[in-house]
Design a protein around this ligand. Structure first.
Ligand SMILES: [Fe+2]
Length: 274
């Protein structure tokens, strides 16, 4: 949290969908995912730059669902000494994450209070399904957190975006029970923001009083607004999010500099969505 003349501002670094693997030499769509995450973090958290209050990671951390991939993730992030707020994506293994990404600055699917904001991280993972769903228990947990945070501002975080992003193939594997989540959000006007991953592209929309964001992956991107999967030539990316004391949000997507993709990788939807 930063101090100044105005109300406190909370700064989040949002990174998502790093798709790490046990073997750090492996690539997805011509991108070495361990290297691209390292370069993203090095750029975003360069000495002398903005130091966020926390790093938010919205899933697909381990592409191959291995403990080794989570260990690599932990090693990469802990270099910075920042709180790391995590939740699972369709690729992840929630029970492994809960064990390996909790403690020593890491928090798994929890509520974190930062200044006047509460960050609530949810589990939308469905075993064997690229699409997501919030279980009744998870929706009840959100309800309870929202009842306990009245008077604060809330950012709800999950892997699968609850709004369509405009690509038919991706919207078909989004949050299957999005209306359930939206109904909870509608009933709690102190929810200001929803942050998701999964779609490997930037999305920024407003529904009622709530802002909905997604963020480019730290590895390869999908081209926005396509009928079928089409890889994008854009570089690895991330997002800065400023949570203001008055409940408003300021945000900016950033891309890895000096990154050259010379050819568009061929479509292989199964690789990302399995
Ligand atoms: Fe992903």
């Amino acid at each position: 949290m930063t101090s100044g003349t105005g109300p406190p501002v909370v700064r989040l670094l949002h990174v998502t969908d790093p798709h790490l693997m046990r073997d750090e030499s492996l690539e997805i769509y011509d991108v070495n995912t361990a290297r691209s995450l390292r370069l993203v973090l090095d750029q975003a958290l360069a000495p002398g730059g903005v130091r966020p209050d926390a790093v938010l990671v919205t899933g697909d951390i381990a592409d191959d669902r291995t403990a080794e991939a989570y260990a690599h993730f932990r090693a990469q992030l802990r270099r910075y000494g920042l709180p790391v707020l995590c939740l699972p994506g369709n690729h992840d293994r929630p029970e492994l994450m809960a064990r390996l990404l909790e403690g020593d600055g890491f928090r798994y699917c929890s509520r974190s209070d930062l200044a006047s904001w509460s960050i609530v991280a949810l589990d939308s993972h469905v075993p064997g399904d690229p699409a997501g769903r919030l279980s009744p228990a998870e929706l009840a947990r959100l309800e309870a957190e929202l009842r306990g945070t009245r008077g604060r501002h809330v950012a709800v975080c999950l892997h699968h975006p609850p709004l369509p992003v405009g690509s038919r193939w991706l919207d078909g594997v989004g949050l299957l029970n999005a209306p359930d989540l939206l109904a909870v959000i509608d009933a709690h006007p102190h929810v200001r923001l929803v942050i998701a991953g999964h779609v490997h592209q930037a999305f920024d929309a407003t529904r009622g009083p709530v802002r909905y964001l997604t963020t480019p992956s730290t590895c390869a991107q999908f081209t926005p607004r396509t009928e079928q999967c089409l890889m994008d030539l854009r570089p690895p990316g991330y997002r800065w999010i400023e949570l203001r004391g008055d409940g408003t949000v300021d945000t900016q997507v950033a891309w890895l500099e000096d990154w050259v993709v010379s050819r568009r990788p061929t479509d292989n939807r199964d690789q990302f969505m399995s």
